[in-house]
Design a protein around this ligand. Structure first.
Ligand SMILES: NC(=O)c1ccc[n+]([C@@H]2O[C@H](COP(=O)([O-])OP(=O)(O)OC[C@H]3O[C@@H](n4cnc5c(N)ncnc54)[C@H](O)[C@@H]3O)[C@@H](O)[C@H]2O)c1
Length: 379
């Protein structure tokens, strides 16, 4: 197995950065945690301490481990503390210029360090432009909260040296993560393949036959831990809108990634979900799954299958990788290819054809079957 990176830097001590710092410190690395805000650094260190204390009280780690882990994290407001680190991950604002600038500064301080971005929606090739060719720039997309979620989507550029690829994967595995290497395409795997979970729910909502609560009830009755609208309320409609728009723009606003009016209207009206006290299903009410629950679930799952097949045919990912990513990243009860087997490729095609026929002209191509659906039967 390849050696691991043991001197890690994390820039941004917010929700993600503090969790990422904890992951590597728990794996034994010395972590320099940098944020421009002293308040963010203080909150991060005390937050990591509380998380470790909880792990001790649940007997997951020893008190000594917790103490040593925290001692391995050095908070600082200065980028210069990253000099000498061999892997630096940025988790600052989702802005390509800000990310590029901060990583360029790090490149000057740590000339050979691997520079990783935790971006959810930006292209790694865009972030890397202008950064010294000596420093490999990669994507390392953790899920929230990083110290709990096992999946990390890893994005290498064609120029990323083989030994860096091997070492990055080994480092994440040694930290207890499940890295899946994917291409530098919009939404990577999970944020892209999850679009229909929300999008088709909005398409159903727009038809005015079912409420958001009923659609959620149909999905939870089918084994999903949370329905699409409750999940949007949890994430925040504004954050969700930004992610949806990012993927839509990345695919030239293809109707498969349609940003539905109900989402924009909710954001414009300040109905952001839990954080604003009002959202699609917030405050929550208990609603029974409607009689048409099975149709709702099948419609959403057929769209999940079609998106996953579209990604599969245009990438070198295996079906197993995509299924694993969707289960680990979203806690789905099964991945889209397992759904395809259950539903049957013929039924997937029939449902898409029915939805295509019923859709308004502007949405018809949303329901075009992925050509590789035909290959599912053969394998
Ligand atoms: N929140 C999520 O669920 C999630 C999931 C996956 C990926 N991401 C991505 O991770 C990144 C961080 O997201 P977050 O939710 O942790 O944000 P956050 O707002 O909680 O934290 C960002 C931190 O970065 C600091 N910062 C900003 N610019 C800086 C700079 N130039 N130098 C030093 N520090 C700086 C801020 O002070 C802040 O503490 C974003 O790119 C986001 O898209 C977020």
């Amino acid at each position: 197995m390849a050696a691991t990176y043991t001197r890690v830097g994390v820039i941004g001590a917010g929700v993600m950065g503090r969790g990422i710092a904890q992951v590597f410190a728990q794996a034994g690395a010395r972590v320099a945690l940098v944020d421009q805000s002293i308040a963010a650094l203080e909150a991060a260190v005390s937050g990591i301490g509380e998380t470790l204390d909880r792990a001790v009280s649940k007997d997951r780690i020893s008190g000594q481990d917790a103490k040593e882990t925290l001692a391995r994290i050095t908070p600082s407001q200065r980028l210069s503390s990253l000099a000498g680190q061999d892997l630096v991950i940025e988790a600052i604002v989702e802005d390509v210029t800000a990310k590029s600038e901060v990583l360029s500064e790090v490149a000057a301080l740590a000339p050979l360090a691997v520079l990783a971005s935790n971006t959810s929606s930006l292209r790694i090739s865009d972030i890397s432009s202008g950064i010294s060719a000596e420093n490999p720039v990669i994507g390392m997309h953790f899920f929230n909260p990083p110290q709990v979620m096992k999946l990390v989507e890893v994005i290498f550029l064609p120029t990323t040296p083989t030994q860096v690829r091997e070492r990055v994967v080994a480092t994440l595995q040694a930290a207890g993560k499940h890295p899946i290497v994917c291409a530098d395409t919009p939404g990577f795997i999970v944020n892209r393949c999850a679009r229909p979970f929300y999008g088709e729910a909005f398409a159903i909502l727009e038809e005015n036959t079912h409420s958001a609560a009923e659609i959620d009830a149909a999905m939870t009755a089918a084994g999903y831990r949370i329905g699409p609208f409750a999940l949007i309320d949890l994430i925040g409609a504004d954050v969700h809108l930004a992610a949806t728009e990012g993927v839509a723009t990345g695919f030239d606003n293809h109707p498969r990634y349609r940003v539905f009016d109900a989402l924009r209207n909710a954001v414009n009206a300040g109905r952001l979900g839990r954080k604003s006290g009002s959202g699609f299903v917030t405050p929550s009410e208990v609603v029974a799954a409607p009689d048409e629950a099975a149709e709702i679930v099948q419609r959403i799952e057929v769209m999940l299958v079609n998106e996953a097949v579209t990604l599969w045919e245009n990438s070198s990912l295996s079906r197993g990788d995509i299924d694993t990513a969707m289960m680990l990243g979203l806690n789905f009860p099964r991945g889209p290819f397992a759904m395809a087997v259950e539903i049957g490729a013929a039924q997937v095609r029939d449902t898409l054809a029915r939805l295509h026929a019923a859709a308004p002209a502007a949405l018809k191509s949303r329901y075009d079957p992925a050509p590789a659906l035909d290959r599912l039967d053969a394998q």
